[in-house]
Design a protein around this ligand. Structure first.
Ligand code: ASP
Ligand code: MG
Length: 418
C-alpha cells in the first residue's frame, strides 16, 4: 500500500490532470491511497469568498463563489464530456451557508467554505479516472478524519480516526484498490467541517500512511525534489537526493516551504519513507527521506521575508525572567504567535516574528502594559544549516545584522538592508 499526495499545481489544467492519471495508471495493480489538493490557486480564491461573506458582502461572496463553481464545472465537463457529476451537492452546501448571516467566529465559516476546494478537485479527478477505466473509490474524508473544533488549525482525534480508517478505508483496498480522498480537511463530532492549517495535505497523507502502515508516501510536486534552498530565491539551488527525517523536520520548522512541518512525525514513528518527486518527470526518483542518517549535506538555506523584530523592555527594571516571562508566554499563546528567534537580557527581550500586521498590533498593544515596545519591520530571517564561513559572508554581506544565533549545526541571522 502506497500513499500519494498530489499538490494543487499537479491538477491546474486539463493536461496536468491527464498527467496525474498517467502516473496513477503506471502503478496498475498496486493499492494506492491518493490525496489531492484543491486545484491551482482555488484555496486562495475560497479564502476571498470567506472574507467577503464575513464582512457582510453577500453579493461579492456569491459572485466570487460562482467563479469558482464555473471553473470546476468547465474542467469537469472537458474531462469527462458529460455534465459534472457529484459536484452539485458540494456547491449547494456552500451556497446555503453564503445566504445566511454570519453569527459565529470567522474561523468556523472559513472552514465550511474553504473545505470545498479539495472536495471538488477530488470528485473531478475521481470521475475522470473512472471514465478512463482507472477504477477508484472517492471518499469524503470528513467521514474519516475526526477533529476537535479548533477551526483553521484543528487537531486530529487519533483513536476515532484510526478506527474509521480500519472500518471504512481498508475494505476498499480489497475491492477497488485505489482510494481518492482529500487532505487538509476533517470534521468534528457535530459534522462541522474543519481544516488542519494551510498546506496541510502533506500532513493528512502522512496520517493515512501511518494508520495504514503504508510502505511509502510520495509527494508529487512541480520540482525535482527537495533542494538546498528555494530556487525562486536562489536560482543555483542544488537538488538533494537523500535526507533524514531529522534534517527535514528542522528545515520545515525553520520555514522551508518544501513539506508541511507536521508531516514528518507520523512517518518517522512508523519508519515509512517519504519520497518527494516531480510529476512532470516521473522517471526521476526524486528525494528520499528516511531514518538513515545522511552525511555531507550542502549548506541548507532558508530565507524568510516579512519578519519583524520586536524589542520588549520592562518598564520598571523587573527582570524578564521573573513575573514577566509568564506574562510574555501568555501573550504569545493567546495571540497564537510563534517566536521565530528570540534572545533575552536582564530587562529586555528581543524576538523575531512573522509580520502579520493585525497580530503584531494586538500583541504590541497588550505588551505595552508591562513593557516599552519597539517594532522594526521589513527584516529577513536567514537560517543556514551546515554552514561555513564563506556562505555566511556571501548571504549576510552588506546587510545590517540585528540578531544572530549559532549552534554547531545551524546559524540564524535576522537582518535588514543597510
Ligand atoms: N489546498 C490547501 C492549501 O492550499 C491544502 C494543501 O494544498 O495542502 O493550503
Ligand atoms: Mg499545496
Amino acid at each position: 500500500m502506497k500513499v500519494f499526495k498530489f499538490g494543487g499545481a499537479s491538477i491546474n489544467s486539463i493536461d496536468r490532470i491527464g498527467n496525474v492519471a498517467k502516473i496513477i495508471q503506471s502503478y496498475k495493480g498496486e493499492k494506492l491511497l491518493v490525496i489531492i489538493s484543491a486545484m491551482g490557486k482555488i484555496t486562495n480564491a475560497l479564502e476571498k469568498v470567506a472574507d467577503a461573506f464575513y464582512s457582510g458582502d453577500k453579493t461579492t461572496a456569491l459572485l466570487l463563489f460562482n467563479q469558482v463553481k464555473e471553473e470546476h464545472i468547465l474542467v469537469s465537463e472537458k474531462l469527462t464530456k458529460q455534465p459534472a457529476q457529484g459536484l452539485m451537492d458540494i456547491f449547494t452546501e456552500v451556497e446555503w451557508l453564503l445566504h445566511d448571516k454570519p453569527v459565529r467566529d470567522f474561523d468556523y465559516y472559513y472552514d465550511q467554505i474553504v473545505c470545498c476546494g479539495e472536495l471538488l478537485s477530488t470528485a473531478i479527478v475521481s470521475n475522470f479516472l473512472n471514465s478512463v477505466d482507472i477504477k477508484n473509490q472517492w471518499v469524503d474524508v470528513r467521514d474519516i478524519i475526526r477533529t476537535d473544533d479548533n477551526f483553521r488549525d484543528a487537531n486530529i482525534d487519533w483513536d476515532f480516526t484510526l478506527q474509521k480508517v480500519q472500518e471504512v478505508i481498508l475494505p476498499f483496498f480489497e475491492t477497488t484498490g485505489i482510494v481518492i480522498t482529500q487532505g487538509f480537511i476533517g470534521a468534528t463530532d457535530e459534522n462541522e467541517s474543519t481544516t488542519l492549517g494551510r498546506e496541510g495535505s502533506d500532513f493528512s497523507a502522512a496520517v493515512f500512511a501511518n494508520m495504514l502502515d503504508a510502505e511509502s508516501q510520495t509527494i508529487w510536486k512541480d520540482v525535482e525534489g527537495v533542494m538546498n534552498a528555494d530556487p525562486n530565491q536562489f536560482p543555483d539551488a542544488q537538488f538533494i537526493s537523500r535526507l533524514s527525517y531529522a534534517e527535514v523536520i528542522e528545515m520545515a520548522y525553520f520555514g522551508a516551504q518544501v513539506i508541511h512541518p507536521k508531516t514528518i512525525k507520523p512517518l518517522q514513528n512508523k519508519g515509512i519513507p517519504l519520497h518527494v518527486r516531480c510529476f512532470l518527470n516521473p522517471a526521476s526518483p526524486g528525494t528520499i527521506i528516511s531514518n538513515d542518517p545522511v552525511h555531507q549535506l550542502p549548506p541548507i538555506i532558508v530565507l524568510k521575508n516579512n519578519q519583524v523584530l520586536m524589542q520588549l523592555s520592562s518598564l520598571d527594571f523587573s527582570f524578564v525572567e521573573d513575573v514577566l516571562a509568564v506574562k510574555l508566554h501568555e501573550l504569545f499563546l493567546v495571540n497564537k504567535i510563534r517566536l521565530n528567534l528570540s534572545q533575552n537580557g536582564a530587562i529586555s527581550l528581543l524576538c523575531c516574528l512573522d509580520d502579520n500586521p493585525a497580530k503584531i498590533e494586538k500583541l504590541a498593544l497588550a505588551a505595552s502594559e508591562f513593557f516599552d515596545v519597539q517594532v522594526e519591520k521589513n527584516c529577513q530571517l536567514l537560517t543556514i544549516r551546515h554552514y561555513n564561513e564563506e556562505i555566511i559572508k556571501t548571504l549576510t554581506g552588506g546587510r545590517v545584522q540585528l540578531l544572530s544565533q549559532k549552534t554547531i549545526a545551524t546559524i540564524q541571522v535576522l537582518m535588514k538592508d543597510a
